[in-house]
Structures are given as structure tokens and as C-alpha cells.
Design a protein around this ligand. Structure first.
Ligand code: PMP
Length: 412
């Protein structure tokens, strides 16, 4: 039977990213640092230019035409985000600077109101610093206690054997959807259901997932979810916090200023409705508009196809990496997201990354904002190759050749 699904033309898609034609140290660039930030397609770059050329103005209170254009574009982006993550309403979408600010907003506004001494916050050992430190600050302010779901070791899975016991007395459970170091895809739907059944409020860090696989907040069943525009082909400086309407409604504001009020008197003020209550000051209008273009771009390809492509590249990279003697790979072997962390025997990750850069291959080496996890794995750092849909098997072959040379050089 004929295949009715049109085949994705990945080579044509790759051509949408002008920066991928850069030469680095005299070589063709291989960009494998997508977990840190993604590259931007021409559609997003052009949309940003169009905004500044034809629509730029401040939003909401303007009466003139340009302000109307900017407001329409900004609020259209909010509606598009709601659709992108399956939220019930655009009122549940707060624009932030990124994942980090979204999590800080919840810890500050929701946490300070709802937590008291002795309450528990449950995280996992694979959280990014952005999903640890805001909760530590909250715990210090309130006297709440932090607990962690363990990670099983190099396999990089969550140990859920005592999850119900850990949930006892927990008011807030926060978990990453995809680990930025291990590539683990956590079963967030099941975890949130179990946490909610135990009475906890739930937050999902979708920094590594929102642009890589279909994400639906109502199907996940979380109360909050945060992600960053720059990791999903959008601009830097814009991010999203989703919050269930009843949660956002009941929260005090995060920051004070213009936009977030309905009335200000000399002694006290009244707050605007959600989501504006959480958006003090002039927002990143161009960022939101660029993010809208990025979401349209990704959904035209299809996030299910993007994830299948990510997984295929990761599987191929792991297979090729295991050809290198003594190389240690972290994270699960199956159901792996599009990134691979590894350590070459006797070679510091920073040396791997520095030497790979000389060959035009952009990797990342370090603790990846996962210092506690690194300690648990018993390494100071790892090298990481992280892929996106514009990467190719041929690039992985080049990366493996370069690693082979580095390995040979150090084992002389
Ligand atoms: N969480 C995870 C899992 C991440 O990978 C990152 C970025 N590396 C963040 C949070 C923080 O994102 P941002 O710096 O865009 O706020």
C-alpha cells in the first residue's frame, strides 16, 4: 500500500537555518549544543525584523495604530502558546524571561503563600539548578523541607520504588520532563497523577521537552509548566509559565509595576486579572511574536516527527559512541531524548569540548547545571552532544571521527 504520510524532507528543513552554513576554525560547523539553545530558522528571524519594521510599539494601553498592532501580535502569541501546550485558556499563559523565571515565579508567589515550616517539597536528583535553587530559597524563607526522588545511576531513571512514601506531607512536587544531562524522558503524566492524589501541587520543567515532543498540559495534568523560547527555535529573553487558572487566580503577584495593576493609590493597589497580574512592566513583545513564529514553524514539521528524529539520532550516536574503547555513556539506553552525555577515559570533558571545537564541532562540557547529579554519578563533568531536527547522521559520523582522534591523542 502506498504511504499516505508525506515524507519529511529534513535536508530542506535544515536549509531554513542560515547559521548552520557558518564555518568554524576553517571547518563546516556541526552544532550539537541544542540543549543549551537551539538555532533559529529564517521564518523567526524574518518575523522579528517584520515586527520592528512595521509593528513596534508598547502594548495594551495604546490607542494609536502601532500600539494596536503590537498588542494584537502579543496577545495572538499568548493564544498560540495556549494551543501549543493544550491549555484551556490564554489566561493561563504568563510570559516570562524563560524557564528559570517561571519556576522562580511559582516558588515566590505560590510557595510563599502556601508553604509553612515542616511542609515538604519533593524534587528529583536529575533537576537542573533552575528547578532546585528557587525551592531552596523558598525552603529557607518558610522552613519547608526538601526531599529528592533518587536517580538509579548511569541508567539515569527515577527510582520510584518509594515514591508514595516520599510524597507523604508533600505540598509541591516539581520534576523535569526531559533531563538535560541524562536524556531521560520522565513519565510526567503518571508522576503528576500520583502526586496530585497525595495532595501535592505539581510543576513540570518542560525546558527540554516543549520543542521536541507534543506537550499537553491537560493530558499531563500538572498545575504549572515552564519552558523557554530560545530552546524551541524562538528568541532568547522570552519564556512561558502555564498555570491552572484557579492556581494563578489565588496567587499574589510576583513583581509590582505597570501592567499588573487595575488601580493604584498612594498606600495600596488592586491587581489586574490573570495573566497580566504576573507581567509587571513592558514585556518582551518582540520575543513573544518571534516565539509565535517558532511554534508555527515546529508544528508545521510536527513535534511527533521531531521527537522520532531526535530519538533516531540519539540511538545512532550511542551506537557509534560505544565503538570507542572505555567511553562511559550516561542515561537510559531506551526511550532516550535527543542528547548523549559521556566521558572519555582519562580525558577531562572540557578538553574534549575544546578539541572538538577546533574541528568545528560544538559540544558542551561541564556540570550542565546539574552539580548534585554529577556528584551522585561520581564525575566532575560530562561532555554532551545534543541534537535537533536539523542535525544529521553524517554530522554524528564527523563527531565520532573527531572523538576517535581525541581519544587516540590522549592514549598515546
Ligand atoms: N531546566 C532544564 C531541564 C534546562 O535544560 C534548562 C536550560 N539548560 C533550564 C531549566 C533553564 O532554562 P533557561 O536558562 O532558559 O531559563
Amino acid at each position: 500500500m502506498q504511504d499516505l504520510q508525506p515524507k519529511t524532507d529534513w535536508a530542506r528543513i535544515r536549509a531554513d537555518f542560515p547559521i548552520l552554513n557558518e564555518r568554524v576554525h576553517g571547518r563546516d560547523l556541526v552544532y550539537f549544543d541544542n540543549a543549551a539553545t537551539s538555532q533559529k530558522p529564517r521564518a523567526v528571524i524574518d518575523r522579528l525584523a517584520h515586527y520592528y519594521l512595521h509593528e513596534n510599539s508598547n502594548v495594551h494601553r495604546g490607542i494609536h495604530e502601532l500600539s494596536n498592532r503590537a498588542t494584537l501580535a502579543f496577545e495572538a502569541a499568548r493564544k498560540r502558546v495556549a494551543q501549543f501546550i493544550g491549555a484551556a485558556s490564554a489566561n493561563e499563559i504568563v510570559f516570562t524571561r524563560g524557564t528559570t523565571e517561571g519556576i522562580n515565579l511559582v516558588a515566590q508567589a505560590w510557595g510563599t503563600k502556601n508553604l509553612k515550616a515542616g511542609d515538604r517539597i519533593l524534587l528529583t536528583e536529575m533537576e537542573h539548578h533552575s528547578n532546585i535553587v528557587p525551592w531552596q530559597l523558598l525552603a529557607q524563607r518558610t522552613g519547608a523541607e526538601l526531599r529528592y526522588v533518587h536517580v538509579t545511576g548511569d541508567d539515569g531513571l527515577l527510582d520510584l520504588s518509594n515514591f508514595e512514601a516520599l510524597l507523604d506531607g508533600v505540598k509541591l512536587f516539581a520534576v523535569t520532563h526531559i533531563s538535560n544531562t541524562l536524556g531521560t524522558v520522565n513519565p510526567v503524566r503518571e508522576l503528576c497523577a500520583r502526586a496530585r492524589a497525595a495532595g501535592a501541587t505539581t510543576l513540570v520543567d518542560a525546558a527540554q521537552s516543549a520543542g521536541h515532543l507534543p506537550v499537553d498540559v491537560r493530558s499531563i495534568g500538572c498545575d504549572f509548566l515552564a519552558f523557554s523560547g530560545h530552546k524551541i527555535c524562538g528568541p532568547t529573553g522570552i519564556g512561558v509559565l502555564y498555570g491552572r487558572a484557579e492556581k494563578l487566580d489565588a496567587m499574589p503577584p510576583y513583581q509590582g509595576g505597570g501592567e499588573m495593576i487595575s488601580r493604584v493609590d498612594f498606600q495600596a493597589s488592586q491587581w489586574n486579572t490573570i495573566p497580566h497580574k504576573f507581567e509587571a512592566g513592558t514585556p518582551d513583545i518582540a520575543g513573544a511574536v518571534g516565539l509565535h513564529a517558532a511554534m508555527d514553524y515546529l508544528d508545521e514539521i510536527g513535534r511527533d516527527k521531531i521527537f522520532a528524529h531526535d530519538q533516531e539520532l540519539a540511538a545512532y550516536a550511542m551506537q557509534r559512541l560505544s565503538e570507542i574503547d572505555g567511553l562511559r555513556i550516561f542515561g537510559p539506553r531506551e526511550n532516550h531524548a535527543g542528547l548523549v552525555s559521556f566521558v572519555l577515559p582519562e580525558v577531562h570533558a572540557h578538553d574534549v569540548v575544546t578539541l572538538a571545537d577546533q574541528h568545528g564541532v560544538a559540544l558542551r562540557g561541564g556540570h550542565h547545571c546539574n552539580q548534585p547529579l554529577m556528584r551522585k554519578l561520581g564525575v566532575p563533568s560530562t561532555a554532551r552532544a545534543s541534537f535537533y531536527f536539523y542535525n544529521t547522521r553524517e554530522e554524528i559520523d564527523r563527531f565520532i571521527d573527531v572523538l576517535g582522534e581525541i581519544h587516540k591523542f590522549f592514549s598515546r
